[in-house]
Ligand binder design. Structure first.
Ligand SMILES: NC(=O)c1ccc[n+]([C@@H]2O[C@H](COP(=O)([O-])OP(=O)(O)OC[C@H]3O[C@@H](n4cnc5c(N)ncnc54)[C@H](OP(=O)(O)O)[C@@H]3O)[C@@H](O)[C@H]2O)c1
Length: 287
């Protein structure tokens, strides 16, 4: 069996995949950099993997507005070149994408066939990446996830914990709905898909599938659940005040409701994501 290679090793998802299985080859930007496209083929030649999981991306949603060229290189052009190089070598590719390809106005969980309508450069660059990867004809599975948190890296959970050390009251947006996703849970599902692909490619695998924490939440609910978990371990609980999005303006409008339907993950790969609260409890344990 050939090895699994994951990109974006210093990130939340790439790091979780690397930690989940010792035989995974995890490459950071020094070894595979979308800003240096020649590193892509070189990395595949050096490691000759059976499956590549692409968890590298430009993920700074607001910063991307003033940095569109870099976001497009990392989220569209790099993944397209990676997919092309994989296709050339008959390597299967799992490419991670985002709920932010949607505008969040559907009012119900999004299925894979719903029409994307990103609200900013980040979402647009990720959508362009999905299209570019699929256009290469590679053996590619696009896994859209959402609201990722982990015990390391830049994420909502760690930001809130830091804020709570400075303020007894936290104001948290209560009118955006989504699927919080623990990076270690996503890593297990990505590796589960990788195992299916290693077992033999089927054309029915190609395309987009949603994989995010089971159930749904608002940022406010997630914050309350986070500090409930912490309180079980004897930590102080701040007051968490619900506020509307209008009271927390950001350069890019976030989708008000980007819940992802996940029936296809089970139907196509026989896999399911655990409830987000279980993932949260495990991440709090790690913190
Ligand atoms: N975070 C979320 O809430 C969220 C939600 C939905 C979907 N996603 C998707 O999930 C995937 C993983 O996200 P994450 O949260 O793990 O992101 P992350 O923690 O920001 O990590 C991103 C990784 O990509 C690397 N990277 C950035 N630009 C690169 C480039 N030009 N070439 C090569 N590597 C580059 C980073 O390396 P450096 O550390 O060296 O910069 C880092 O290792 C991404 O596809 C993202 O779009 C994330």
């Amino acid at each position: 069996m050939r090895r699994i290679l994951v990109t974006g090793a210093s990130g939340q998802v790439g790091g979780a995949v690397a930690l989940a299985r010792p035989d995974v080859v995890a490459l950071g930007r020094e070894a595979l950099d979308f800003d240096r496209p020649s590193t892509i083929a070189a990395a595949l030649e050096a490691h000759a993997p059976g499956v590549v999981i692409n968890a590298a991306a430009y993920t700074a949603v607001d910063r991307a507005e003033g940095d569109a060229a870099a976001a497009m290189r990392a989220n569209r052009d790099g993944p397209a070149e990676l997919a092309r190089c994989c296709a050339e070598r008959d390597i299967a590719l799992i490419h991670v994408s985002t709920d932010y390809v949607f505008d969040g106005n559907k009012g119900a969980p999004y299925v894979e066939t719903d029409l994307p309508a990103p609200t900013g450069v980040y979402g647009a660059s990720k959508r362009a990446g999905e299209e570019a990867v699929l256009a290469t004809g590679a053996k590619a599975v696009i896994v859209r996830t959402a609201w990722v948190f982990s015990a390391t890296g830049r994420n909502f959970v760690r930001t809130l914990l830091a804020a709570a050390t400075r303020n007894p009251t936290l104001r948290v947006v209560a009118d955006q709905h989504g699927c919080p996703t623990a990076a270690p849970d996503l890593a297990q599902v990505l590796l589960g898909i990788a195992d299916r692909l290693e077992g033999g490619w089927r054309d029915g695998y190609r395309g987009i599938v949603h994989a995010a924490g089971g159930g749904a939440s608002t940022w406010h609910e997630l914050a309350v659940a986070l500090f409930e978990e912490r309180a079980k371990r004897g930590e102080a609980r701040p007051v968490i005040e619900p506020i509307p999005t209008a009271a927390w303006p950001t350069p890019v409008r976030r989708p008000p409701d980007s819940r992802l339907d996940q029936a296809l993950l089970l139907a196509r790969f026989g896999l399911a994501m655990p409830p987000w609260r279980d993932g949260l409890a495990r991440v709090v344990e790690q913190l």
